[in-house]
Design a protein around this ligand. Structure first.
Ligand code: PFF
Length: 471
C-alpha cells in the first residue's frame, strides 16, 4: 500500500501534531517565501492579496478537505486513489502525479540557490573570498545564476540531498527537525520584517500590500491577477499534486479532518503574508521594482541584510539556511509522493514494492530536468525556450502550475461537486464528527471551485501565451 513510501514517518502520523507538522513542512516552502512576494509584486499588491484570501476561503480550504479525506478514505496515493473511485478517472490522478515531477526540476534549482546564499553569507561572517563581500546584490545574483557551472553544481547538490534523505529513510527525523525549523523560520521572519519596515521609505511597501486599491477591478485585468493567485494558492498549499491525498492516506480515522483542513492553510498563508511583509517594504525603500520577478527573494532580502551592518551576514546565513530547510522538507514530500504512485503500481500488479528503485527513477528524471533548467540560467542562455517562454523554468511552470494543476482541480471539483457529491461524507463524519461545513463545502465544490478554476485556467493560458484576452 501507499504506506510503504513513508515507512519511517508512520509513527508520527499516529500523533496529530506529527501529522500537522509533516503537512505544514510540506506546504511551507519556496512557494511562500520565494513565489508569493514576487507574484504579488507583479500583480498589483493589495489586489493580489485580496483575491488570494477570497480564494483561500472558498477554494483552498474546501480542496484541502477534499484531498485529505479522499486519501484517507481510499488509503492510496494519487493515481490509485482516483482509480479506486473509478477507472475512468485515473487520468486525473495522472495529472496530479505528473505536476510534481515537472515542478521538482526547478524546485531543486531554487533550493540550490538558497544553499548558495547560505554559504555566501556564511563566508561573509568570516570575511572569506566566497562571500557576497559588499558586491551589489543584483550583480551578485546575476553573476551566480548566469554561471552555468555554479548553477548546475548547486542544483545537483540540492537534488542529491533530497534524494539521499528519501533513500536513507530518515524522513521521520526530518519531520522532527522541521518542528524546530518551522518555528525558527517564523521568528527569523519576524526579525527580517522589523528591519525591513524600519528602513527609510518602507511605508510605501506596506501600503502596496495592505492599502485597499481596486484599480485592477475596473477592467478585465483581475482575471490575470486571479489566474496568478489561484495557481499560487495550489502550489503553496501543495494541492492538486497528490501530496495531500497521500498525507490523508496516513491520517487516523478519528482525526478531526475538518480542523486540519483549516489549520494547514492558515499556517501556510500566514508565512506567505509574512514573507511579503519582509520583502515589499525593502523593495520600496531600495527603489527597486515590485514587479522584478523571480530574483526578489535573493536580491531584495540580501540588500536588507547588507543594511544590518556586521550582524547582516549572520542573519543572512540563518535566514537562507531556514529557507533552504523549508525547501528541502517540501522537495522530500514531492519525491515521496511521486515515488508512492510508482510503488502503488507495483503492488497493484502483485509485485513487491521497490522503494529504492522508485526513488532512483524519480531522481534520474528530476536531475535531467534540473540540469536543463540550470543550464538555461533563468533565461540567460536560451536553452529550452519553447511554447513562447523566455526561460526554461517558465516552460516547466507553464505545464504544471499553469495548466495541469488548475485542470486537475477543476476536474476534481466537477467529480466531487456534481458526479459523486456524497462520496466523502462518511469519511468526514466517521468517529462521531459532525460535517459542520457540509452545506458550504457542497456549494463551493459545485459552483465556486469549478468556475474559479476554469477562469484560472483560461487566465493562465492567456498570460503564458501572451494572447492578451484579458489585458
Ligand atoms: N507547497 C510547497 C511550497 O509552497 O513551496 C511546494 C510544494 C511542496 C508543492 C510539495 C507541492 C508539493 F507536493
Amino acid at each position: 500500500m501507499a504506506d510503504q513510501n513513508l515507512d519511517n514517518s508512520k509513527g508520527q502520523f499516529q500523533s496529530r501534531f506529527g501529522f500537522l507538522m509533516a503537512s505544514i513542512g510540506s506546504a511551507v516552502g519556496l512557494g511562500n517565501l520565494w513565489a508569493f512576494p514576487y507574484k504579488m509584486g507583479k500583480n498589483g499588491g493589495f489586489a493580489f492579496l485580496l483575491i488570494y484570501l477570497l480564494m483561500f476561503a472558498t477554494v483552498g480550504v474546501v480542496m484541502m478537505l477534499t484531498e485529505l479525506s479522499f486519501g484517507r478514505k481510499t488509503g492510496k496515493g494519487v493515481i490509485y486513489a482516483w482509480k479506486t473511485l473509478s477507472n475512468k478517472y485515473t487520468f486525473i490522478g495522472f495529472l496530479g502525479w505528473l505536476s510534481p515531477l515537472l515542478i521538482l526540476g526547478f524546485y531543486c534549482m531554487l533550493g540550490g540557490y538558497c544553499l548558495k546564499y547560505s554559504i555566501a553569507n556564511l563566508g561573509d561572517i568570516f570575511g572569506a573570498g566566497w562571500g557576497v563581500h559588499g558586491t551589489d546584490s543584483a550583480q551578485f545574483f546575476t553573476a551566480f545564476y548566469s554561471s552555468q557551472s555554479q548553477s548546475v553544481i548547486f542544483t545537483i547538490i540540492f537534488t542529491a540531498l533530497t534524494v539521499g534523505i528519501v533513500l536513507g529513510g530518515v524522513s521521520g527525523g526530518i519531520e522532527k527537525f522541521s518542528s524546530i525549523a518551522m518555528p525558527a523560520l517564523f521568528f527569523m521572519l519576524v526579525i527580517v520584517i522589523i528591519r525591513s519596515v524600519t528602513l527609510p521609505g518602507a511605508g510605501a511597501g506596506l501600503a502596496f500590500v495592505f492599502k485597499p486599491n481596486f484599480a485592477v477591478f475596473k477592467g478585465v485585468g483581475w482575471i490575470t491577477v486571479m489566474a496568478s493567485a489561484g495557481s499560487q494558492l495550489f502550489f503553496s498549499l501543495s494541492l492538486a499534486m497528490g501530496i495531500m491525498i497521500t498525507f490523508g492516506s496516513y491520517m487516523k480515522k478519528d482525526d478531526d479532518i475538518q480542523q486540519s483542513s483549516v489549520i494547514i492553510p492558515v499556517a501556510d498563508t500566514l508565512i506567505a503574508v509574512m514573507a511579503a511583509m519582509a520583502t515589499m517594504p525593502a523593495v520600496f525603500a531600495k527603489g527597486l521594482e515590485p514587479g522584478q520577478g523571480p530574483g526578489m527573494l535573493f536580491v531584495t532580502l540580501q540588500y536588507v541584510f547588507a543594511e544590518m551592518g556586521k550582524a547582516g551576514p549572520i542573519f543572512g546565513f540563518i535566514f537562507y539556511a531556514l529557507v533552504f530547510i523549508a525547501a528541502i522538507t517540501s522537495s522530500i514530500s514531492l519525491v515521496e509522493a511521486v515515488g508512492a504512485s510508482l510503488m502503488d503500481r507495483e503492488i497493484a500488479h502483485g509485485q513487491k514494492a521497490h522503494r529504492t528503485k522508485a526513488t532512483l527513477i524519480v531522481a534520474l528524471i528530476i536531475t535531467i530536468e534540473g540540469i536543463l533548467i540550470s543550464l538555461d540560467g533563468l533565461g540567460a542562455h536560451g536553452i529550452l525556450h519553447i511554447f513562447g517562454q523566455g526561460t526554461a523554468l517558465d516552460v516547466f511552470d507553464l505545464c504544471s502550475e499553469g495548466i495541469m494543476m488548475p485542470l486537475g482541480a477543476f476536474l476534481t471539483a466537477v467529480v466531487f461537486g456534481w458526479f459523486t457529491p456524497n462520496y466523502l461524507d462518511d469519511d468526514i463524519e466517521q468517529s462521531g464528527y459532525k460535517f459542520k461545513m457540509k452545506k458550504y463545502w457542497h456549494f463551493c465544490m459545485k459552483w465556486i471551485v469549478p468556475i474559479v478554476m476554469g477562469l484560472v485556467l483560461v487566465g493562465q493560458i492567456d498570460t503564458f501565451f501572451g494572447l492578451g484576452i484579458f489585458s
